[in-house]
Design a protein around this ligand. Sequence first.
Ligand SMILES: [Ca+2]
Ligand SMILES: [Ca+2]
Ligand SMILES: [Ca+2]
Length: 296
Amino acid sequence: MDSMEIDDNLYITKHLTMEGLFTKVDFQRRKQPSRCVTVCLGLLCAVLLAGNIGQFIYYEIISPLAPADPAQSSLQFSGDRLQDCYNASTAERKQLEAKLSNLTEEKGQLQQSYTALTTERDECKTSFNNLTNENNQIQNEKEELQNKYNSLVKVKDELEKDINKVRGKPCERGWIRFHISCYFVSTSQRNWASSRQDCIARGADLLIIDSREEQAFINGILPSRKQYWIGLTDSVTEGTWMWVDGTPVTTTYWYPGEPSNSGGKEHCGETWQRSLGIGVWNDDQCANLQHFICEK
Ligand SMILES: [Ca+2]
Ligand SMILES: [Ca+2]
Ligand SMILES: [Ca+2]
């Protein structure tokens, strides 16, 4: 205000030297308060503007560059560390969750494998038990067969001794030996039934061919192209040939086209002597009179 007063005084002095200007001086004095207000407002605005600029510079430029308060910095540091720990823990938790998920899946697969292996083990155990039982049965059967085999070996040895004794023993007069049998070739002729009775009376029966060797032997001792009754008949069941001891005929030496059962009347068997080969068989009527062969 002092400055304003001084300026006003100077202004007034300056214009006091000029004539007729009192009115103008008064007029200017009347206008002086408005100008002061304007100047004051301008100064105030300048001060406010300067304050704003100062605040801006402090908070936006100086404050970020200024060293932080130690306590606040410590808290900020601790907060940052906690955040880092939290982030690290979160990441680790996610990794653990992923591992847990993988382990859970792996556990499920292992459980399935375990179940399958358990089932397979049970099946193997059942199979093993069954095989063990079968093996025991086989062992028992093997022991029984071994016992039977040993018994048969003893019987065989005894039979071989008997056979050797028989082989060493000559047949009766009029009989011919081949292996363990003696053979009688008749000179008379009878029907089949009478021929058999004659053999039985001699302690024998009609010839039974047991092997090809026996058939060949018989063929060799018979007169050329003669027919002889043997112990062969289908009188019980037509077409079913049996030996006189009741055993079925397995190996046959029928002449081609025989047995013919000609006229439905041929139920007894005979062997025909042949110079070539081992002889052949034929069926004939049992009532026919023929030579015959006994065996004992
Ligand atoms: Ca025989
Ligand atoms: Ca017949
Ligand atoms: Ca015939």
